[in-house]
Design a protein around this ligand. Structure first.
Ligand code: 5GP
Length: 194
């Protein structure tokens, strides 16, 4: 998606060979126009999937998935990283390991909002090693619902998340695929073909 790639090139910061900072339009300040375009693109790609729920993880997945859910005319659910005081045991729980933080956290979704028969589109801001997506998939499975696909805003294709999910047979749609982050530069997958 060209507008997203342009935003990454012009407004992203390469923090290291593994980490891209996009606080200026996605992870802290949010470019609402760009989110609308991202939501439109996800809705177009998954238009034939009869999505009944969009599922993401707080907090950075919320902005892009909110717009996708809007255009897909579906509710949006965000998994919580901390169990809220008003959440009892009526929840689905899975564990997400973060390579960057080197810690495992529970994520939870209330049983009220996901049911067997739901066709779920999972959306997240980044795909790195696939652990967040895997945790969300496990929650969908606990509900007896089905995963119709995984939509990713920025995929770091040099990490193994896509491989992990594709091996399990999931459809992944990434709007920007990064081949490498090195020397402070972002190189996209397509760049290698030209
Ligand atoms: P995974 O679970 O696929 O290993 O990592 C994805 C999660 O880690 C995303 O939800 C995202 O919040 C975070 N993440 C991974 N890599 C990056 C990165 O390069 N930049 C930012 N801002 N977040 C990242």
């Amino acid at each position: 998606m060209e507008a997203l790639k342009k935003a990454i090139q012009e407004r992203g910061n390469v923090l290291s060979d593994h980490v891209l900072k996009v606080d200026s339009f996605l992870n802290h300040q949010v470019d609402v126009e760009l989110m609308a375009a991202i939501g439109t693109e996800f809705a177009k790609r998954f238009a034939d999937e009869q999505i009944t729920k969009v599922l993401t993880i707080e907090s950075s997945g919320i902005a892009p998935s909110f717009m996708a859910a809007h255009y897909l005319e579906s509710p949006l659910i965000f998994a919580r990283k901390k169990k809220s005081l008003t959440m009892n045991d009526h929840v689905y729980v899975s564990q997400v390991y973060s390579f960057t933080k080197q810690e495992t956290n529970d994520i939870t979704v209330s049983k009220d909002f996901l049911q067997a028969g739901d066709r779920v589109l999972i959306i997240d801001d980044f795909l790195a090693n696939g652990q967040a997506a895997k945790g969300l998939i496990e929650i969908v499975e606990q509900a007896g619902a089905s995963v119709s696909g995984v939509g990713i805003v920025i995929e770091k294709s040099f990490q193994n998340g896509r491989k992990l999910l594709e091996e399990q047979g999931y459809r992944i749609e990434s709007l920007a695929r990064i081949a490498a982050l090195s020397d402070g530069q972002v190189r996209f997958i397509e760049d290698r073909l030209t």
